[in-house]
Design a protein. Structure first.
Length: 165
């Protein structure tokens, strides 16, 4: 008997090819389809609230805070509920995914500090999983830092060829 687990997630680059605002609102003339982080988070929250069996993973706190701060009080209650009951798992929880802009120790630490501070103050949540979904060339040093952040696991999709060998 095979059990399959699908990890539903969004990887919302902060500042790759569009401005932060263009990604958040979908307002750009660069594409026919104009996806927005705001629409992703709105639709995911609605779907999770309708079915407690559903789960979603989210990483980038920059967009999450932009979205959360403009929600009405009732929607904020729903967001707090789906986080509290584990329907939304915040992985890594940095201000941005560290594959994007954080290339040295100080930047990685500050990035995590800013995101984790928001998560703790608003939801009393501390991420348990490091998340390197789209890393380009990061090293084993990231795993060591993630351990220092208190992460219990690390999810990696791309591995340096030398490391793989």
């Amino acid at each position: 008997h095979l059990t399959v687990h699908i990890v539903c997630n969004a990887h919302d680059d902060v500042g790759r090819g569009k401005t932060v605002e263009e990604y958040f609102t979908g307002s750009t003339d660069l594409e026919l389809i104009q996806p927005s982080v705001r629409d992703i988070l709105n639709s995911v929250t609605w779907a999770l609230d309708k079915d407690p069996r559903r789960r979603f993973t989210y990483v980038e706190m920059k967009y999450f805070t932009m979205w959360y701060k403009v929600l009405d009080d009732n929607t904020k209650k729903v967001v707090k509920k789906v986080i509290k009951y584990g329907q939304v798992e915040i992985t890594q929880g940095g201000w941005v995914a560290s594959d994007e802009a954080c290339t040295n120790y100080e930047d990685l630490i500050l990035n995590m500090h800013i995101g984790h501070k928001f998560l703790w103050e608003e939801f009393q949540v501390k991420p348990k999983v490091g998340w390197m979904l789209d890393s380009f060339g990061h090293s084993e040093a990231n795993a060591a830092l993630y351990s220092d952040f208190g992460f219990e696991a690390l999810f990696v999709t791309r591995v340096n060829p030398e490391t793989r060998e």
